[in-house]
Design a protein around this ligand. Structure first.
Ligand code: HEC
Ligand code: HEC
Ligand code: HEC
Ligand code: HEC
Ligand code: HEC
Ligand code: HEC
Ligand code: HEC
Length: 307
Protein backbone atom coordinates (compact mmCIF):
# COMPACT_ATOMS: atom_id res chain seq x y z
CA UNK A 1 0.00 0.00 0.00
CA UNK A 2 2.93 2.35 0.70
CA UNK A 3 4.76 1.87 -2.58
CA UNK A 4 1.96 1.09 -5.04
CA UNK A 5 -1.17 2.90 -3.84
CA UNK A 6 -2.43 3.00 -7.44
CA UNK A 7 -2.93 -0.78 -7.29
CA UNK A 8 -5.25 -0.72 -4.30
CA UNK A 9 -8.90 -1.65 -4.61
CA UNK A 10 -8.96 -2.82 -8.20
CA UNK A 11 -12.58 -2.09 -9.08
CA UNK A 12 -14.98 -2.74 -11.91
CA UNK A 13 -14.15 0.63 -13.42
CA UNK A 14 -10.40 -0.02 -13.35
CA UNK A 15 -10.91 -2.48 -16.18
CA UNK A 16 -14.26 -1.48 -17.68
CA UNK A 17 -13.84 2.29 -17.66
CA UNK A 18 -16.35 4.76 -16.22
CA UNK A 19 -19.68 3.00 -15.71
CA UNK A 20 -22.21 5.63 -14.69
CA UNK A 21 -23.88 5.75 -18.14
CA UNK A 22 -23.94 1.97 -18.31
CA UNK A 23 -25.56 1.93 -14.89
CA UNK A 24 -28.38 4.23 -16.01
CA UNK A 25 -29.01 2.71 -19.46
CA UNK A 26 -27.17 -0.57 -20.04
CA UNK A 27 -28.75 -1.10 -23.47
CA UNK A 28 -27.54 2.20 -24.92
CA UNK A 29 -24.22 2.26 -23.06
CA UNK A 30 -22.86 -1.29 -23.21
CA UNK A 31 -20.04 -2.29 -20.92
CA UNK A 32 -16.59 -1.78 -22.42
CA UNK A 33 -14.82 -5.17 -22.37
CA UNK A 34 -11.13 -5.41 -23.22
CA UNK A 35 -9.50 -8.82 -23.73
CA UNK A 36 -6.02 -7.47 -24.44
CA UNK A 37 -3.27 -8.67 -22.06
CA UNK A 38 -2.08 -5.08 -21.96
CA UNK A 39 -5.02 -4.34 -19.68
CA UNK A 40 -3.69 -6.75 -17.07
CA UNK A 41 -0.12 -5.81 -17.90
CA UNK A 42 -0.70 -2.28 -16.59
CA UNK A 43 -0.23 -3.80 -13.13
CA UNK A 44 1.03 -7.39 -13.61
CA UNK A 45 4.50 -6.52 -14.82
CA UNK A 46 7.85 -5.36 -13.49
CA UNK A 47 7.88 -2.27 -15.72
CA UNK A 48 10.16 -4.11 -18.15
CA UNK A 49 12.80 -4.38 -15.45
CA UNK A 50 12.74 -0.69 -14.52
CA UNK A 51 10.92 -1.22 -11.24
CA UNK A 52 13.51 -3.77 -10.12
CA UNK A 53 13.89 -7.51 -10.35
CA UNK A 54 11.60 -8.26 -7.45
CA UNK A 55 8.26 -7.58 -9.07
CA UNK A 56 6.18 -10.09 -11.00
CA UNK A 57 6.93 -10.04 -14.71
CA UNK A 58 3.77 -11.86 -15.86
CA UNK A 59 3.13 -9.56 -18.77
CA UNK A 60 6.73 -9.37 -20.00
CA UNK A 61 7.19 -13.13 -19.81
CA UNK A 62 3.85 -13.92 -21.44
CA UNK A 63 4.84 -11.50 -24.25
CA UNK A 64 7.87 -13.67 -25.07
CA UNK A 65 5.79 -16.88 -25.11
CA UNK A 66 4.21 -18.46 -28.17
CA UNK A 67 0.81 -17.94 -26.55
CA UNK A 68 1.18 -14.22 -27.28
CA UNK A 69 1.56 -14.85 -31.04
CA UNK A 70 -0.73 -17.86 -31.43
CA UNK A 71 -3.13 -15.96 -33.69
CA UNK A 72 -0.70 -13.73 -35.59
CA UNK A 73 1.36 -16.79 -36.52
CA UNK A 74 -1.45 -18.64 -38.25
CA UNK A 75 -3.60 -15.78 -39.58
CA UNK A 76 -1.89 -15.79 -43.00
CA UNK A 77 -1.55 -19.54 -43.49
CA UNK A 78 -3.53 -21.14 -46.34
CA UNK A 79 -4.93 -23.67 -43.82
CA UNK A 80 -6.28 -20.86 -41.61
CA UNK A 81 -10.01 -21.35 -40.91
CA UNK A 82 -12.60 -21.09 -38.17
CA UNK A 83 -11.81 -24.54 -36.74
CA UNK A 84 -8.35 -23.31 -35.64
CA UNK A 85 -9.72 -20.55 -33.45
CA UNK A 86 -11.02 -22.56 -30.50
CA UNK A 87 -7.35 -22.98 -29.53
CA UNK A 88 -5.64 -20.01 -31.20
CA UNK A 89 -7.91 -17.05 -30.30
CA UNK A 90 -9.23 -15.70 -27.00
CA UNK A 91 -12.08 -13.62 -28.46
CA UNK A 92 -13.35 -16.70 -30.32
CA UNK A 93 -13.10 -18.92 -27.23
CA UNK A 94 -14.91 -16.51 -24.94
CA UNK A 95 -17.70 -15.54 -27.35
CA UNK A 96 -21.04 -17.27 -26.69
CA UNK A 97 -21.71 -20.40 -28.80
CA UNK A 98 -24.38 -18.64 -30.93
CA UNK A 99 -22.35 -15.47 -31.52
CA UNK A 100 -18.84 -16.53 -32.59
CA UNK A 101 -16.83 -13.92 -34.54
CA UNK A 102 -15.88 -14.66 -38.17
CA UNK A 103 -12.35 -15.93 -38.80
CA UNK A 104 -11.48 -12.59 -40.41
CA UNK A 105 -12.65 -10.58 -37.37
CA UNK A 106 -10.74 -12.10 -34.45
CA UNK A 107 -8.01 -10.04 -32.81
CA UNK A 108 -6.52 -11.77 -29.79
CA UNK A 109 -4.09 -14.66 -29.23
CA UNK A 110 -3.97 -16.66 -25.95
CA UNK A 111 -4.33 -13.64 -23.64
CA UNK A 112 -4.33 -13.64 -19.83
CA UNK A 113 -8.11 -14.01 -19.75
CA UNK A 114 -8.01 -17.19 -21.86
CA UNK A 115 -6.66 -18.90 -18.73
CA UNK A 116 -7.67 -16.51 -15.90
CA UNK A 117 -10.89 -14.98 -14.76
CA UNK A 118 -10.66 -11.26 -14.19
CA UNK A 119 -12.91 -11.31 -11.13
CA UNK A 120 -11.92 -14.35 -9.14
CA UNK A 121 -12.88 -18.00 -9.45
CA UNK A 122 -13.05 -21.06 -7.23
CA UNK A 123 -9.72 -22.30 -8.63
CA UNK A 124 -6.18 -21.51 -7.54
CA UNK A 125 -4.69 -18.43 -9.26
CA UNK A 126 -8.12 -17.27 -10.42
CA UNK A 127 -7.87 -19.85 -13.20
CA UNK A 128 -10.88 -20.69 -15.35
CA UNK A 129 -10.35 -24.40 -14.67
CA UNK A 130 -8.30 -26.57 -12.35
CA UNK A 131 -4.67 -26.28 -13.50
CA UNK A 132 -4.61 -29.97 -14.47
CA UNK A 133 -7.55 -29.42 -16.82
CA UNK A 134 -6.53 -26.01 -18.20
CA UNK A 135 -3.72 -26.77 -20.63
CA UNK A 136 -5.28 -30.01 -21.81
CA UNK A 137 -8.13 -28.07 -23.45
CA UNK A 138 -5.79 -27.14 -26.30
CA UNK A 139 -2.69 -29.32 -25.90
CA UNK A 140 -4.47 -32.45 -27.06
CA UNK A 141 -4.66 -34.59 -30.21
CA UNK A 142 -8.38 -35.14 -29.54
CA UNK A 143 -9.71 -38.39 -31.01
CA UNK A 144 -7.00 -38.72 -33.69
CA UNK A 145 -6.47 -42.33 -34.81
CA UNK A 146 -4.21 -44.08 -37.38
CA UNK A 147 -4.48 -42.56 -40.90
CA UNK A 148 -4.84 -39.16 -39.21
CA UNK A 149 -2.16 -36.92 -37.74
CA UNK A 150 -1.69 -36.87 -33.95
CA UNK A 151 -1.06 -33.12 -33.53
CA UNK A 152 0.12 -31.82 -30.09
CA UNK A 153 -0.57 -35.03 -28.11
CA UNK A 154 0.86 -33.56 -24.88
CA UNK A 155 -1.88 -34.56 -22.46
CA UNK A 156 -2.26 -38.01 -24.03
CA UNK A 157 1.47 -38.56 -23.65
CA UNK A 158 1.53 -37.46 -20.05
CA UNK A 159 -1.34 -39.82 -19.28
CA UNK A 160 0.06 -42.62 -21.45
CA UNK A 161 -2.95 -43.03 -23.76
CA UNK A 162 -3.73 -42.75 -27.49
CA UNK A 163 -1.22 -45.12 -29.12
CA UNK A 164 -2.01 -48.39 -30.91
CA UNK A 165 -0.49 -51.88 -31.07
CA UNK A 166 0.14 -53.25 -34.58
CA UNK A 167 -2.86 -55.60 -34.20
CA UNK A 168 -5.08 -52.50 -34.12
CA UNK A 169 -5.95 -52.50 -30.42
CA UNK A 170 -5.23 -49.41 -28.29
CA UNK A 171 -2.42 -49.97 -25.76
CA UNK A 172 -3.59 -50.15 -22.14
CA UNK A 173 -2.88 -46.91 -20.28
CA UNK A 174 0.75 -46.49 -19.22
CA UNK A 175 0.56 -43.86 -16.52
CA UNK A 176 3.90 -43.95 -14.76
CA UNK A 177 4.99 -42.77 -11.34
CA UNK A 178 6.92 -39.60 -12.21
CA UNK A 179 4.01 -38.11 -14.03
CA UNK A 180 1.24 -38.89 -11.58
CA UNK A 181 2.67 -37.01 -8.63
CA UNK A 182 3.04 -33.51 -9.98
CA UNK A 183 0.43 -31.11 -8.63
CA UNK A 184 -1.19 -29.18 -11.45
CA UNK A 185 0.31 -31.55 -14.06
CA UNK A 186 1.45 -29.34 -16.99
CA UNK A 187 1.35 -26.20 -14.86
CA UNK A 188 3.49 -27.85 -12.17
CA UNK A 189 6.48 -28.03 -14.55
CA UNK A 190 5.66 -25.30 -17.10
CA UNK A 191 4.29 -22.48 -14.89
CA UNK A 192 6.77 -22.54 -12.02
CA UNK A 193 6.90 -19.38 -9.94
CA UNK A 194 10.14 -18.22 -8.30
CA UNK A 195 9.99 -15.23 -5.98
CA UNK A 196 12.75 -12.67 -5.82
CA UNK A 197 15.35 -13.86 -3.33
CA UNK A 198 18.37 -11.64 -3.97
CA UNK A 199 20.20 -10.17 -6.96
CA UNK A 200 21.04 -13.67 -8.28
CA UNK A 201 17.40 -14.71 -8.37
CA UNK A 202 15.11 -12.17 -10.00
CA UNK A 203 11.39 -12.84 -9.80
CA UNK A 204 10.15 -15.40 -12.33
CA UNK A 205 6.40 -15.64 -12.88
CA UNK A 206 6.71 -18.87 -14.89
CA UNK A 207 4.74 -17.23 -17.69
CA UNK A 208 7.22 -18.08 -20.45
CA UNK A 209 5.59 -21.54 -20.09
CA UNK A 210 8.97 -23.22 -20.52
CA UNK A 211 9.55 -26.24 -18.31
CA UNK A 212 11.56 -25.41 -15.19
CA UNK A 213 13.89 -28.08 -13.79
CA UNK A 214 13.43 -26.67 -10.29
CA UNK A 215 10.00 -28.33 -10.39
CA UNK A 216 11.78 -31.69 -10.52
CA UNK A 217 13.45 -31.18 -7.15
CA UNK A 218 10.25 -32.17 -5.43
CA UNK A 219 11.35 -35.75 -6.18
CA UNK A 220 14.83 -35.70 -7.77
CA UNK A 221 18.06 -34.54 -6.13
CA UNK A 222 19.31 -31.24 -7.64
CA UNK A 223 20.99 -31.95 -10.97
CA UNK A 224 19.69 -35.52 -11.18
CA UNK A 225 16.66 -34.72 -13.34
CA UNK A 226 18.81 -32.77 -15.77
CA UNK A 227 21.17 -35.74 -16.26
CA UNK A 228 18.28 -38.17 -16.67
CA UNK A 229 16.58 -35.82 -19.10
CA UNK A 230 19.71 -35.65 -21.25
CA UNK A 231 20.07 -39.47 -21.14
CA UNK A 232 16.49 -40.06 -22.22
CA UNK A 233 16.77 -37.52 -25.01
CA UNK A 234 20.00 -39.14 -26.21
CA UNK A 235 18.06 -42.41 -26.46
CA UNK A 236 14.81 -41.14 -28.06
CA UNK A 237 16.20 -38.65 -30.58
CA UNK A 238 18.25 -41.16 -32.66
CA UNK A 239 15.36 -43.63 -32.64
CA UNK A 240 13.07 -40.92 -34.06
CA UNK A 241 15.67 -40.07 -36.69
CA UNK A 242 15.97 -43.77 -37.60
CA UNK A 243 12.22 -44.08 -38.17
CA UNK A 244 12.00 -40.80 -40.11
CA UNK A 245 14.05 -42.41 -42.90
CA UNK A 246 11.23 -44.87 -43.73
CA UNK A 247 8.86 -41.92 -44.27
CA UNK A 248 11.17 -39.70 -46.31
CA UNK A 249 10.77 -40.21 -50.09
CA UNK A 250 14.32 -38.93 -50.58
CA UNK A 251 15.83 -41.64 -48.36
CA UNK A 252 16.98 -45.04 -49.73
CA UNK A 253 15.06 -46.77 -46.88
CA UNK A 254 11.78 -45.06 -47.89
CA UNK A 255 8.71 -47.29 -47.67
CA UNK A 256 6.21 -46.38 -50.37
CA UNK A 257 2.74 -47.16 -49.01
CA UNK A 258 1.50 -47.85 -52.58
CA UNK A 259 3.71 -50.96 -52.71
CA UNK A 260 2.25 -52.54 -49.55
CA UNK A 261 -0.39 -55.29 -49.25
CA UNK A 262 -3.67 -54.25 -47.59
CA UNK A 263 -2.63 -55.99 -44.35
CA UNK A 264 0.75 -54.30 -44.36
CA UNK A 265 -0.90 -50.97 -45.10
CA UNK A 266 -3.12 -51.17 -42.00
CA UNK A 267 -0.04 -51.79 -39.88
CA UNK A 268 1.89 -49.09 -41.73
CA UNK A 269 -0.60 -46.44 -40.66
CA UNK A 270 -0.45 -47.65 -37.04
CA UNK A 271 3.36 -47.63 -36.99
CA UNK A 272 3.43 -44.19 -38.57
CA UNK A 273 0.89 -42.89 -36.05
CA UNK A 274 2.89 -44.19 -33.06
CA UNK A 275 6.06 -42.63 -34.45
CA UNK A 276 4.30 -39.32 -35.12
CA UNK A 277 2.91 -39.21 -31.58
CA UNK A 278 6.41 -39.30 -30.10
CA UNK A 279 7.63 -36.78 -32.66
CA UNK A 280 4.73 -34.34 -32.21
CA UNK A 281 4.89 -34.50 -28.41
CA UNK A 282 8.29 -32.84 -28.74
CA UNK A 283 9.51 -33.59 -25.20
CA UNK A 284 11.79 -36.48 -26.26
CA UNK A 285 10.56 -38.71 -23.46
CA UNK A 286 10.30 -36.07 -20.71
CA UNK A 287 6.50 -36.38 -20.65
CA UNK A 288 6.56 -40.17 -20.25
CA UNK A 289 9.77 -42.01 -21.14
CA UNK A 290 8.20 -45.46 -20.82
CA UNK A 291 5.40 -44.56 -23.22
CA UNK A 292 7.83 -43.11 -25.76
CA UNK A 293 9.78 -46.41 -25.66
CA UNK A 294 6.59 -48.45 -26.08
CA UNK A 295 5.44 -46.51 -29.15
CA UNK A 296 8.85 -46.41 -30.81
CA UNK A 297 9.37 -50.14 -30.25
CA UNK A 298 6.06 -50.85 -31.99
CA UNK A 299 6.91 -48.62 -34.96
CA UNK A 300 10.39 -50.16 -35.23
CA UNK A 301 8.89 -53.66 -35.14
CA UNK A 302 6.86 -52.87 -38.26
CA UNK A 303 9.42 -51.00 -40.34
CA UNK A 304 12.37 -53.15 -39.19
CA UNK A 305 10.63 -56.39 -40.24
CA UNK A 306 9.56 -55.36 -43.73
CA UNK A 307 11.35 -57.36 -46.43
C1 HEC B 1 -9.13 -6.91 -13.57
C2 HEC B 1 -10.00 -6.35 -14.57
C3 HEC B 1 -11.49 -6.46 -14.34
C4 HEC B 1 -12.18 -6.12 -13.19
C5 HEC B 1 -11.64 -5.55 -11.90
C6 HEC B 1 -13.58 -6.39 -13.48
N1 HEC B 1 -13.71 -6.89 -14.74
FE1 HEC B 1 -15.44 -7.45 -15.64
N2 HEC B 1 -14.39 -8.26 -17.19
C7 HEC B 1 -13.05 -8.09 -17.39
C8 HEC B 1 -12.68 -8.79 -18.62
C9 HEC B 1 -11.26 -8.85 -19.22
C10 HEC B 1 -13.86 -9.38 -19.12
C11 HEC B 1 -14.00 -10.23 -20.37
C12 HEC B 1 -13.48 -11.62 -20.13
C13 HEC B 1 -14.37 -12.46 -19.32
O1 HEC B 1 -15.56 -12.56 -19.62
O2 HEC B 1 -13.87 -13.05 -18.34
C14 HEC B 1 -14.93 -9.01 -18.20
C15 HEC B 1 -16.27 -9.37 -18.37
C16 HEC B 1 -17.30 -8.80 -17.64
C17 HEC B 1 -18.71 -8.96 -17.94
C18 HEC B 1 -19.29 -9.74 -19.11
C19 HEC B 1 -19.38 -8.75 -20.24
C20 HEC B 1 -19.76 -9.33 -21.56
O3 HEC B 1 -20.21 -8.52 -22.39
O4 HEC B 1 -19.56 -10.50 -21.77
C21 HEC B 1 -19.41 -8.24 -17.00
C22 HEC B 1 -20.92 -8.06 -16.92
C23 HEC B 1 -18.43 -7.67 -16.10
N3 HEC B 1 -17.17 -8.02 -16.51
C24 HEC B 1 -18.74 -6.86 -15.02
C25 HEC B 1 -17.85 -6.49 -14.02
C26 HEC B 1 -18.21 -5.90 -12.75
C27 HEC B 1 -19.63 -5.56 -12.32
C28 HEC B 1 -17.04 -5.73 -12.06
C29 HEC B 1 -16.86 -5.22 -10.63
C30 HEC B 1 -17.57 -5.98 -9.62
C31 HEC B 1 -15.96 -6.18 -12.92
N4 HEC B 1 -16.49 -6.64 -14.10
C32 HEC B 1 -14.62 -6.13 -12.59
C33 HEC B 1 -12.17 -7.40 -16.59
C34 HEC B 1 -12.46 -6.95 -15.31
C1 HEC C 1 -5.04 -1.83 -11.54
C2 HEC C 1 -4.11 -2.90 -11.35
C3 HEC C 1 -4.53 -4.30 -11.82
C4 HEC C 1 -5.05 -4.65 -13.04
C5 HEC C 1 -5.38 -3.75 -14.23
C6 HEC C 1 -5.21 -6.10 -12.99
N1 HEC C 1 -4.79 -6.59 -11.78
FE1 HEC C 1 -4.79 -8.54 -11.20
N2 HEC C 1 -4.15 -8.01 -9.36
C7 HEC C 1 -3.80 -6.75 -8.99
C8 HEC C 1 -3.35 -6.77 -7.60
C9 HEC C 1 -2.84 -5.57 -6.82
C10 HEC C 1 -3.44 -8.11 -7.19
C11 HEC C 1 -3.08 -8.68 -5.83
C12 HEC C 1 -4.27 -8.75 -4.95
C13 HEC C 1 -3.89 -9.39 -3.64
O1 HEC C 1 -2.85 -10.05 -3.55
O2 HEC C 1 -4.69 -9.27 -2.70
C14 HEC C 1 -3.95 -8.87 -8.31
C15 HEC C 1 -4.15 -10.23 -8.30
C16 HEC C 1 -4.38 -11.00 -9.44
C17 HEC C 1 -4.29 -12.43 -9.52
C18 HEC C 1 -3.76 -13.31 -8.44
C19 HEC C 1 -4.72 -14.11 -7.69
C20 HEC C 1 -3.97 -15.07 -6.78
O3 HEC C 1 -4.58 -16.06 -6.46
O4 HEC C 1 -2.80 -14.82 -6.42
C21 HEC C 1 -4.61 -12.79 -10.80
C22 HEC C 1 -4.64 -14.20 -11.39
C23 HEC C 1 -4.89 -11.58 -11.52
N3 HEC C 1 -4.75 -10.51 -10.66
C24 HEC C 1 -5.23 -11.54 -12.86
C25 HEC C 1 -5.51 -10.36 -13.53
C26 HEC C 1 -6.00 -10.33 -14.90
C27 HEC C 1 -6.28 -11.54 -15.76
C28 HEC C 1 -6.12 -9.01 -15.24
C29 HEC C 1 -6.61 -8.43 -16.56
C30 HEC C 1 -7.95 -8.84 -16.96
C31 HEC C 1 -5.72 -8.21 -14.08
N4 HEC C 1 -5.37 -9.10 -13.08
C32 HEC C 1 -5.69 -6.85 -14.05
C33 HEC C 1 -3.85 -5.61 -9.76
C34 HEC C 1 -4.36 -5.54 -11.04
C1 HEC D 1 -7.20 -28.45 -30.20
C2 HEC D 1 -6.55 -27.15 -30.23
C3 HEC D 1 -5.93 -26.67 -31.53
C4 HEC D 1 -6.55 -26.53 -32.75
C5 HEC D 1 -8.00 -26.82 -33.11
C6 HEC D 1 -5.54 -26.01 -33.66
N1 HEC D 1 -4.35 -25.83 -33.00
FE1 HEC D 1 -2.59 -25.18 -33.79
N2 HEC D 1 -1.66 -25.51 -32.02
C7 HEC D 1 -2.27 -25.89 -30.85
C8 HEC D 1 -1.28 -26.03 -29.81
C9 HEC D 1 -1.55 -26.41 -28.37
C10 HEC D 1 -0.04 -25.73 -30.40
C11 HEC D 1 1.32 -25.71 -29.71
C12 HEC D 1 1.88 -27.07 -29.50
C13 HEC D 1 2.88 -27.48 -30.47
O1 HEC D 1 3.67 -26.63 -30.92
O2 HEC D 1 2.93 -28.69 -30.77
C14 HEC D 1 -0.31 -25.39 -31.80
C15 HEC D 1 0.67 -25.02 -32.72
C16 HEC D 1 0.40 -24.62 -34.01
C17 HEC D 1 1.40 -24.14 -34.94
C18 HEC D 1 2.88 -23.94 -34.65
C19 HEC D 1 3.59 -25.20 -34.33
C20 HEC D 1 3.72 -26.16 -35.44
O3 HEC D 1 3.05 -27.23 -35.37
O4 HEC D 1 4.49 -25.92 -36.36
C21 HEC D 1 0.76 -23.86 -36.12
C22 HEC D 1 1.39 -23.32 -37.40
C23 HEC D 1 -0.64 -24.18 -35.92
N3 HEC D 1 -0.83 -24.64 -34.63
C24 HEC D 1 -1.62 -24.02 -36.88
C25 HEC D 1 -2.95 -24.41 -36.72
C26 HEC D 1 -3.96 -24.32 -37.76
C27 HEC D 1 -3.71 -23.75 -39.17
C28 HEC D 1 -5.13 -24.81 -37.24
C29 HEC D 1 -6.48 -24.96 -37.93
C30 HEC D 1 -6.48 -25.70 -39.18
C31 HEC D 1 -4.85 -25.21 -35.86
N4 HEC D 1 -3.52 -24.95 -35.60
C32 HEC D 1 -5.78 -25.75 -35.00
C33 HEC D 1 -3.61 -26.13 -30.67
C34 HEC D 1 -4.55 -26.21 -31.70
C1 HEC E 1 -1.83 -20.49 -20.80
C2 HEC E 1 -2.49 -20.11 -19.56
C3 HEC E 1 -2.08 -18.82 -18.88
C4 HEC E 1 -1.97 -17.57 -19.46
C5 HEC E 1 -2.16 -17.18 -20.92
C6 HEC E 1 -1.64 -16.67 -18.38
N1 HEC E 1 -1.54 -17.36 -17.20
FE1 HEC E 1 -1.23 -16.56 -15.34
N2 HEC E 1 -1.17 -18.42 -14.53
C7 HEC E 1 -1.41 -19.59 -15.20
C8 HEC E 1 -1.22 -20.71 -14.30
C9 HEC E 1 -1.35 -22.18 -14.66
C10 HEC E 1 -0.87 -20.16 -13.05
C11 HEC E 1 -0.50 -20.91 -11.76
C12 HEC E 1 -1.66 -21.04 -10.84
C13 HEC E 1 -1.19 -21.73 -9.57
O1 HEC E 1 -0.99 -22.94 -9.60
O2 HEC E 1 -0.98 -21.03 -8.59
C14 HEC E 1 -0.88 -18.71 -13.21
C15 HEC E 1 -0.65 -17.80 -12.18
C16 HEC E 1 -0.83 -16.41 -12.31
C17 HEC E 1 -0.89 -15.47 -11.21
C18 HEC E 1 -0.93 -15.84 -9.74
C19 HEC E 1 0.23 -15.42 -8.96
C20 HEC E 1 1.42 -16.24 -9.24
O3 HEC E 1 2.35 -15.75 -9.90
O4 HEC E 1 1.46 -17.41 -8.77
C21 HEC E 1 -1.03 -14.21 -11.76
C22 HEC E 1 -1.09 -12.88 -11.04
C23 HEC E 1 -1.09 -14.38 -13.20
N3 HEC E 1 -0.98 -15.73 -13.50
C24 HEC E 1 -1.24 -13.35 -14.11
C25 HEC E 1 -1.26 -13.51 -15.49
C26 HEC E 1 -1.24 -12.41 -16.43
C27 HEC E 1 -1.22 -10.96 -16.07
C28 HEC E 1 -1.27 -12.96 -17.68
C29 HEC E 1 -1.21 -12.25 -19.02
C30 HEC E 1 -0.10 -11.35 -19.22
C31 HEC E 1 -1.33 -14.40 -17.51
N4 HEC E 1 -1.30 -14.69 -16.18
C32 HEC E 1 -1.43 -15.31 -18.56
C33 HEC E 1 -1.78 -19.72 -16.53
C34 HEC E 1 -1.80 -18.68 -17.47
C1 HEC F 1 -6.47 -21.71 -25.44
C2 HEC F 1 -5.59 -22.77 -25.89
C3 HEC F 1 -4.33 -23.02 -25.07
C4 HEC F 1 -4.23 -23.22 -23.71
C5 HEC F 1 -5.35 -23.20 -22.67
C6 HEC F 1 -2.84 -23.46 -23.45
N1 HEC F 1 -2.12 -23.40 -24.61
FE1 HEC F 1 -0.10 -23.63 -24.79
N2 HEC F 1 -0.22 -23.15 -26.76
C7 HEC F 1 -1.39 -22.94 -27.46
C8 HEC F 1 -1.08 -22.63 -28.83
C9 HEC F 1 -2.09 -22.34 -29.93
C10 HEC F 1 0.33 -22.64 -28.94
C11 HEC F 1 1.18 -22.44 -30.20
C12 HEC F 1 1.30 -21.03 -30.60
C13 HEC F 1 2.20 -20.85 -31.81
O1 HEC F 1 3.16 -21.63 -31.97
O2 HEC F 1 1.93 -19.93 -32.56
C14 HEC F 1 0.84 -22.97 -27.60
C15 HEC F 1 2.19 -23.07 -27.29
C16 HEC F 1 2.67 -23.54 -26.08
C17 HEC F 1 4.06 -23.81 -25.78
C18 HEC F 1 5.23 -23.59 -26.72
C19 HEC F 1 5.38 -24.76 -27.64
C20 HEC F 1 6.51 -24.59 -28.61
O3 HEC F 1 6.41 -25.21 -29.70
O4 HEC F 1 7.47 -23.88 -28.33
C21 HEC F 1 4.12 -24.32 -24.51
C22 HEC F 1 5.38 -24.80 -23.77
C23 HEC F 1 2.77 -24.31 -23.98
N3 HEC F 1 1.91 -23.83 -24.97
C24 HEC F 1 2.42 -24.72 -22.72
C25 HEC F 1 1.14 -24.55 -22.17
C26 HEC F 1 0.81 -24.78 -20.79
C27 HEC F 1 1.78 -25.28 -19.73
C28 HEC F 1 -0.50 -24.48 -20.64
C29 HEC F 1 -1.33 -24.47 -19.37
C30 HEC F 1 -0.82 -23.66 -18.25
C31 HEC F 1 -1.02 -24.07 -21.93
N4 HEC F 1 0.01 -24.13 -22.83
C32 HEC F 1 -2.33 -23.71 -22.19
C33 HEC F 1 -2.67 -23.02 -26.97
C34 HEC F 1 -2.99 -23.14 -25.63
C1 HEC G 1 7.48 -33.57 -15.36
C2 HEC G 1 7.39 -32.18 -15.76
C3 HEC G 1 6.53 -31.89 -16.99
C4 HEC G 1 5.17 -32.03 -17.08
C5 HEC G 1 4.20 -32.55 -16.04
C6 HEC G 1 4.82 -31.57 -18.41
N1 HEC G 1 5.93 -31.17 -19.09
FE1 HEC G 1 6.01 -30.45 -20.96
N2 HEC G 1 8.02 -30.63 -20.98
C7 HEC G 1 8.78 -30.94 -19.86
C8 HEC G 1 10.18 -31.03 -20.26
C9 HEC G 1 11.35 -31.32 -19.33
C10 HEC G 1 10.21 -30.78 -21.66
C11 HEC G 1 11.42 -30.76 -22.57
C12 HEC G 1 11.96 -29.38 -22.58
C13 HEC G 1 13.07 -29.17 -23.54
O1 HEC G 1 13.27 -29.99 -24.45
O2 HEC G 1 13.72 -28.15 -23.38
C14 HEC G 1 8.83 -30.52 -22.07
C15 HEC G 1 8.43 -30.18 -23.36
C16 HEC G 1 7.17 -29.67 -23.69
C17 HEC G 1 6.78 -29.06 -24.94
C18 HEC G 1 7.66 -28.90 -26.15
C19 HEC G 1 8.79 -28.02 -25.82
C20 HEC G 1 8.78 -26.75 -26.56
O3 HEC G 1 8.88 -25.69 -25.89
O4 HEC G 1 8.71 -26.82 -27.79
C21 HEC G 1 5.47 -28.66 -24.83
C22 HEC G 1 4.63 -27.95 -25.85
C23 HEC G 1 5.02 -29.08 -23.52
N3 HEC G 1 6.08 -29.68 -22.86
C24 HEC G 1 3.74 -28.92 -23.03
C25 HEC G 1 3.25 -29.62 -21.92
C26 HEC G 1 1.85 -29.80 -21.60
C27 HEC G 1 0.70 -29.19 -22.37
C28 HEC G 1 1.80 -30.58 -20.48
C29 HEC G 1 0.58 -31.15 -19.81
C30 HEC G 1 -0.25 -32.03 -20.64
C31 HEC G 1 3.16 -30.84 -20.07
N4 HEC G 1 4.00 -30.27 -20.98
C32 HEC G 1 3.53 -31.54 -18.92
C33 HEC G 1 8.32 -31.13 -18.58
C34 HEC G 1 7.01 -31.37 -18.25
C1 HEC H 1 6.47 -36.54 -8.40
C2 HEC H 1 7.86 -36.94 -8.40
C3 HEC H 1 8.68 -36.60 -9.62
C4 HEC H 1 8.82 -35.36 -10.22
C5 HEC H 1 8.21 -34.04 -9.81
C6 HEC H 1 9.75 -35.55 -11.31
N1 HEC H 1 10.14 -36.86 -11.37
FE1 HEC H 1 11.39 -37.67 -12.77
N2 HEC H 1 11.16 -39.51 -11.93
C7 HEC H 1 10.43 -39.77 -10.77
C8 HEC H 1 10.53 -41.20 -10.48
C9 HEC H 1 9.88 -41.90 -9.28
C10 HEC H 1 11.32 -41.77 -11.51
C11 HEC H 1 11.73 -43.24 -11.66
C12 HEC H 1 12.94 -43.44 -10.81
C13 HEC H 1 13.86 -44.51 -11.28
O1 HEC H 1 13.72 -44.98 -12.40
O2 HEC H 1 14.80 -44.79 -10.53
C14 HEC H 1 11.70 -40.68 -12.41
C15 HEC H 1 12.47 -40.86 -13.54
C16 HEC H 1 12.80 -39.84 -14.41
C17 HEC H 1 13.50 -40.02 -15.67
C18 HEC H 1 14.00 -41.32 -16.26
C19 HEC H 1 12.87 -41.94 -17.05
C20 HEC H 1 13.31 -43.20 -17.77
O3 HEC H 1 12.48 -44.11 -17.83
O4 HEC H 1 14.43 -43.27 -18.28
C21 HEC H 1 13.64 -38.78 -16.23
C22 HEC H 1 14.25 -38.43 -17.57
C23 HEC H 1 13.03 -37.83 -15.32
N3 HEC H 1 12.53 -38.49 -14.23
C24 HEC H 1 13.01 -36.46 -15.54
C25 HEC H 1 12.31 -35.56 -14.75
C26 HEC H 1 12.27 -34.14 -15.02
C27 HEC H 1 13.00 -33.44 -16.15
C28 HEC H 1 11.46 -33.61 -14.07
C29 HEC H 1 11.07 -32.15 -13.91
C30 HEC H 1 10.75 -31.39 -15.11
C31 HEC H 1 11.00 -34.69 -13.21
N4 HEC H 1 11.56 -35.85 -13.65
C32 HEC H 1 10.15 -34.52 -12.15
C33 HEC H 1 9.70 -38.87 -10.05
C34 HEC H 1 9.52 -37.53 -10.36
Amino acid sequence: MNTTPQLANVQCETCHGPGSHHNVDPARAPLKVDLDSELCGQCHQSCHGMCGDYYHPHYEQWSTSKHSTALAEIFWLPEYEESCLACHSTDYRLAPEDDKPAASDVLFSIECVACHRARGSQHVGQLRLLPEKLCAQCHTMGNAAPREEPDRPHVEFLHGVGGYALDGSPFPQLYTIPYMGIPGECAGCHVFREDYSGPDQPANSGHTFESNLLACEMCHAPGDAEVRLADVRAEIEPRLAGLAKYLDPADPLYVNPLTLTPEQLTQYYIARFDYEMVDADGSFGAHNAAYARLLLTEAEAFFGNLP
